[in-house]
Design a binder for this molecule. Sequence first.
Ligand SMILES: Nc1ncnc2c1ncn2[C@@H]1O[C@H](COP(=O)(O)OP(=O)(O)O)[C@@H](O)[C@H]1O
Ligand SMILES: [Mg+2]
Length: 356
Amino acid sequence: MPPNGQSVHGGGGGLVSPTAAPAPSSKMDCFLTSVCTPLNLQFIDVAYRVKVERTAGPAKEPPGRISHSGGGGGGLGGVSAAVEERTILKGITGEARPGEVLAVLGPSGSGKSTLLSILGGRLAGRYSGTVLTGGRAPCRAVQRRTGFVAQDDILHPHLTVRETLAFCAMLRLPTSAPTSAKLAAADAVIAELGLGACADTIVGNAFVRGVSGGERKRVSIGHELLVNPSLLVLDEPTSGLDSTAASRLVATLSALARKGRTVVLSVHQPSSRVYRAFDSVLLLSEGSCMYYGPGRDAMDYFASVGFAPGFHVNPADFMLDLANALLRRSTAIARRREAASSSRCSRLTPGSSPPR
Ligand SMILES: Nc1ncnc2c1ncn2[C@@H]1O[C@H](COP(=O)(O)OP(=O)(O)O)[C@@H](O)[C@H]1O
Ligand SMILES: [Mg+2]
């Protein structure tokens, strides 16, 4: 039996040749719609810090002098390392409700993957703040009802889509479930994700021609869908897809959410059509939250605080421009601060010649 107590009946056959005749669609629906217990996800003041080793290069020698390493110390060629703490997420608060899609937007390096890893239970005990699932701290049962689709999928290139999902069903569904039920679950996922046309095509990779990028993403999502998750967390599922494929994929995710799942995804640069499918949006910039709320209200919010575009734009483009502008400004300030402090240091270094 698949998880969550759903009974699945359907085509037989073994793993060697998982070409089971598709079960009647009503039975597939039974697997994927009667599904899950709704799971509300709340995250309150979530912060994540890491210790990074900052290697200062060899002490600057005046021009014309060759620096000699070794002998007298200074470690590796005079390179010294200092450990400093870096804050990746700075107190992020929000909620993802069953039946809705929450999109985490932000430029590269803004902390999207880190936040998703925390929400998907991948960084348990390594962050501060609170994550609640169904009003309680996440437990193992919730972990089992969480599907996590990483940005870079690992799929066997020589298996067909059906074989991939059947193999996964054999491994991930309870041993008590009959083989026929597992194969039917794989077929149900193929139908749900619109993979019927490529079910018998090999997955492929950079060297072996296989399914398209969009289909490949769907197979990765299918992997997680097999365990019938209440919470589905996806890191950049649309990256690398053209806008039509991206919009079709997000429509599928929306449909999965409408059946009672909680869907959280990160997305780098969605088209306006994709953006419209998001119920809630969380915009990150350098680990800080710039906006959290309904996707349709974001532009009104930014206009109310003095940031309105001069002409009609894709809200996602505008929000990313704002987040990037903030990033550039804070990087420039940090650079200026660093330059000021290093010039102060060189003035204070004994023996260094005073600045002219
Ligand atoms: N364990 C870690 N150690 C050091 N830096 C990290 C670690 N995890 C994330 N980072 C840094 O945090 C920032 C945010 O990373 P990430 O969450 O992957 O951003 P995004 O997914 O938005 O591109 C990046 O600059 C990344 O290098
Ligand atoms: Mg990322």
